[in-house]
Design a protein around this ligand. Structure first.
Ligand code: PMP
Length: 389
């Protein structure tokens, strides 16, 4: 009798290309299948239990099946799961995000980080009347044609022509791009700690220089905080003393449900006002879904400055322990990137009881105990030691 995950994979192969529907989850020969999660642990289809350091790619700040989130979402869903009318939850979420970000005034909601970046780009172009967006090489901003790397397949040449890619951290390259396209650049899009580019926090000098440069050229500064929002109460940009003109969020703000959001000043987002002349029309059947909004409110209200500091220090401690043991690591606070030289080591970690991102990303969650953290450190150190032999 083949294992249950083999059976599922063979069924998947017949109905999904390569058996896959989320490229990010693929590990050769195929990933295990999750059955359930509780707190910091996940059980797979073969009954193997692992500590979840993936947390759905950083989204599950309170781990799995959080009792309070389950209770509130069950109560909200019992009153109807989706409406063709707004609900109070979206208003509360927008107020909460405004207050947390210390003044990013207005918000729009959607269903994923990808969609948030799409909407952010539309907002930037509508507000400035300009077409070009500058992005940084190696950063990931979801899968929208206009946001992916210029080397991505299937993107029309015309769309690629609307994007300029420059090396991360290269202020002179940004300056050259701006000078070469006077009054044509709508926004510079930056992730201050890009995961795919190695999870190294951006250099503060570079970020300060970028802020001055965009001001000089009257270009909007757009910060993608889909992953990094969890690192500070108001998002990672607050650590840099930045006030973004536009910001995209996702992941943690949905409390485990599908979500995305765009924030900006009332002026920059004014083109979405339905009463504006020639407004940007942007629907979304499930956007600002009340179950998602209620789950996100519950998750974020408990993710207080103290809870954030606590989780970040536990991450710093774990990173320190790994570094002391000679494991190459990057990241900041609760987000750690283990630089695994060989992608097959994902499996070594998994077999040692740790579910990481396929690129070696470890995202901590609040239900992790000291025992979990010690077990994670032992597993990572053990796997990395074995390989270097
Ligand atoms: N922006 C960043 C910085 C991301 O890390 C991601 C996803 N990991 C996205 C956008 C896209 O988010 P989603 O997967 O929810 O579409």
């Amino acid at each position: 009798m083949p294992r249950i995950d083999e059976q599922l994979y063979h069924r998947a192969l017949r109905v999904m290309p390569g058996g896959n529907t989320r490229s990010t989850l693929f590990v050769a020969p195929h990933p295990p299948y999750a059955v359930s999660g509780k707190g910091a642990e996940v059980t797979d289809a073969d009954g193997h239990i692992v500590i979840d350091c993936n947390n759905n790619y950083t989204a599950l700040i309170h781990g799995h099946a959080d009792p309070e989130i389950l209770e509130i979402t069950a109560a909200v869903a019992a009153g109807g799961t989706a409406f063709g009318l707004p609900t109070r939850y979206e208003v509360e979420m927008a107020e909460l995000l405004r207050d947390r970000t210390a003044g990013i005034e207005q918000w729009r909601f959607c269903n994923s980080g990808t969609e948030a970046v799409m909407m952010l780009m539309r907002a930037a172009r509508a507000a400035t009347g300009r077409d070009l967006i500058i992005r940084f090489q190696g950063s990931y901003h979801g899968t929208y044609d206009g946001a992916v790397s210029l080397s991505a397949s299937g993107v029309p040449a015309a769309t690629k022509d609307s994007v300029i890619e420059v090396p991360q951290g290269d202020l002179a390259a940004v300056e050259r791009a701006l000078a070469a396209h006077p009054a044509q650049v709508a926004a510079v899009l930056i992730d201050l700690m890009p995961n795919r580019a190695g999870l190294t926090p951006a250099d503060p000098g570079f970020v300060a220089g970028l802020r001055d440069l965009v001001r000089t050229h009257d270009v909007l500064l757009a910060v993608d905080e889909v992953i990094t929002f969890r690192l500070e109460y108001g998002g990672l940009h607050t650590r840099y003393g930045l006030t973004p003109d536009l910001i995209s969020l996702g992941k943690v703000i949905g409390g485990g449900f599908p979500v995305g959001a765009v924030g900006g000043s009332a002026e920059v987002l004014s083109s979405f006002n339905p009463l504006a002349a020639g407004p940007v029309a942007w629907g979304g059947t499930f956007s600002a879904n009340p179950v998602t909004m209620a789950a996100g409110l519950c998750a974020l209200r408990r993710f207080t400055p103290e809870a954030i500091d606590n989780l970040n220090s536990r991450g710093d401690e774990l990173r320190g322990r790994l570094r002391d043991a000679g494991v190459p690591v990057n990241g900041s606070g609760s987000l750690i990137r283990v630089l695994l030289p060989n992608p097959a080591q994902w499996w070594d970690l998994y077999r040692a009881g740790v579910l990481a991102g396929t690129n070696g990303l470890l995202a901590l969650s609040t239900p992790m105990t000291s025992d979990h953290l010690s077990a994670i450190a032992d597993a990572v150190i053990g796997v990395c030691a074995t390989t270097s032999d």
